[in-house]
Design a protein around this ligand. Structure first.
Ligand code: NDP
Ligand code: 2IT
Length: 451
């Protein structure tokens, strides 16, 4: 990059920091994209003149609202809810809803910004958004969750719709919460329409949606390995998280002959040197979904496994790593440990799980590294297919959707290779995903003029 463009990049980032004080996650997500885009648009005057990147980092709107609900002891509780609608140049706003105490405006702005690029990469007509609340579902009863979801949707319904904005699940929001929110939307509006994805199949949900993010991430990993003449069969893998994405990634890895060594939650991780196979994954699914248990209970059930309280799994030696829990869970030291231990590929099931310094370690070591906006795009892609099925009032079968997911992940991988090939055999998947994601949205924005 010429010195003048470097200065422009620094000035651009300075502006982002000034306009978004204290929003560290959002600034990080923009930083990760900006350098690649500056390189790409260096000789493309039309993007500069139209201030495309400057417009993309300003969400179309951020809606913030109060969510009141009554707990089981009849106490009135007050939470904050948000919907960040980042960009709808290429389709209705689309992106998940997260319920977690760490949710704030910065986190949702970073997620909505990333979602814009991710959704563009899928090739489907979806803009980028994200929403959520600082509500903590962990210690709540089922009826408290229902009352919270109903109250949340009582405000959100006026901002969403099948052609406006279509939310889905994310951390702390699974099919139970989607059901409560869909029920409330239908009750308020008296309309049955595909306003949410991730619904159960009984009322318009798509087959393969629960599996899509985790399966898709492993398929992306497969494509990366294949591109470099390797495969998953016989390789060891470490996974963080024990939620929807982590457990489906684990399932797919097992099916392809990989050996999963770890799973985690926010309290610690389990390391099972014998491998966490299909039966054990089923047990963890029941633990998490039915008993709402903790991953520490794994070692009481399966001898030979160890539980490490308060730790993350990155220092366990393995060929492959899949961070599938949350943002910034993999830091510089963790990345160094992975590289030193011979890890050859990292595929992010979570959104922005690796810090900027961690990403630099992977790139400097030239190991294969797939950022979340590419590797975990299978989830929102099947959400896009759920929207199509709802609009047509039909439902496709598992096999067809499985084939479509495989094709979509292959296509996203190819786009990353097209724009990320350094020319000397190394594929910079971050650059590839950023540029391919940017280009489609930017060209649509150019077509609209100044809006
Ligand atoms: P779930 O709620 O199903 O599971 C989240 C898992 O991550 C749990 O094991 C949870 O542990 C752990 N976790 C959550 N927050 C933290 C934290 N702050 N520190 C450590 N561990 C944490 O969520 P998903 O599996 O759906 O989502 C996981 C990641 O994947 C997120 O980054 C999400 O944005 C991303 N993603 C999800 C998609 C989807 O389709 N669901 C699509 C694309 C990306 P605990 O129970 O202790 O909180
Ligand atoms: O981060 C994500 O891509 C999701 N949480 C899924 C979004 C969706 O609309 O399915």
């Amino acid at each position: 990059m010429p010195a003048s463009d470097h200065a422009n990049l620094e000035q651009f980032m300075e502006g982002v920091k000034q306009r978004n004080p204290g929003q560290t996650e959002f600034i990080q997500a923009v930083q990760e994209v900006a350098q690649d885009i500056f390189d790409f648009i260096e000789d493309k005057q039309e993007y500069h003149e139209a201030q495309i990147l400057r417009r993309m980092v300003e969400p179309d709107r951020v809606v913030s609202f109060r969510v009141c609900w009554e707990d089981d002891s009849h106490r009135i509780r007050v939470q904050r809810g948000w919907r960040v609608q980042n960009n709808n140049a290429i389709g209705p706003y689309k992106g998940g809803i997260r319920f977690h105490p760490s949710v704030n405006e910065s986190v949702l702005k970073f997620l909505a910004f990333e979602q814009t690029f991710k959704n563009s990469l899928t090739g489907l007509p979806m803009g980028g958004a994200k929403g959520g609340s600082n509500f903590d579902p962990h210690d709540k009863s089922d009826s408290e969750i229902m009352r919270f979801c109903q109250s949340f949707m009582t405000e959100l319904y006026r901002h969403v719709g099948p052609d406006t904005d279509v939310p889905a699940g994310d951390i702390g929001v699974g099919s139970r919460e989607i059901g409560y929110m869909f029920g409330q939307y239908k009750r308020i509006t008296n309309r049955w329409e595909g306003v949410l994805t991730g619904k159960a199949t009984e009322y318009g949900g798509s087959k393969m949606r629960p599996e899509a993010t985790g399966y898709g991430a492993v398929q992306f990993l497969c494509n990366m390995l294949r591109h470099s003449g390797s495969e998953i069969d016989g390789k060891t893998a470490i996974i963080s998280g024990a939620g929807n994405v982590a457990l489906h990634a684990a399932e797919k890895l097992c099916d392809l002959g990989g050996k999963v060594l770890t799973l985690s939650d926010s309290d610690g991780f389990v390391h099972d040197p014998d491998g966490i196979g299909r039966d054990k994954i089923e047990w963890v699914k029941r633990l998490k979904n039915e008993r709402r248990g903790r991953i520490s209970e794994y070692v009481e059930e399966f001898s030979g496994a160890e539980y490490h309280e308060g730790k993350r799994p990155w220092h366990v030696a393995a060929d492959l790593a899949l961070p599938c829990a949350t943002q910034n869970e993999l830091e510089e030291d963790d990345a160094k440990a992975l590289v030193d231990n011979g890890c050859i590929a990292v595929a992010e099931g979570a959104n922005m799980p690796t810090t900027l310094k961690g990403v630099k370690v992977f790139k400097d070591a030239r190991i294969m590294y797939a950022p979340g906006k590419a590797a975990n795009a299978g989830g929102v892609a099947v959400s896009g297919l759920e929207m199509s099925q709802n609009a047509e009032r039909i439902s496709w079968n598992q096999e067809r959707l499985g084939d479509m997911l495989t094709e979509l992940m292959k296509d996203i991988h190819e786009k990353c290779v097209t724009y990320g090939d350094d020319g000397d055999g190394y594929i910079d998947y971050v650059k590839g995903a950023n540029i391919a994601g940017f280009k489609k949205v930017a060209d649509a924005m150019l077509a609209f003029g100044v809006v």
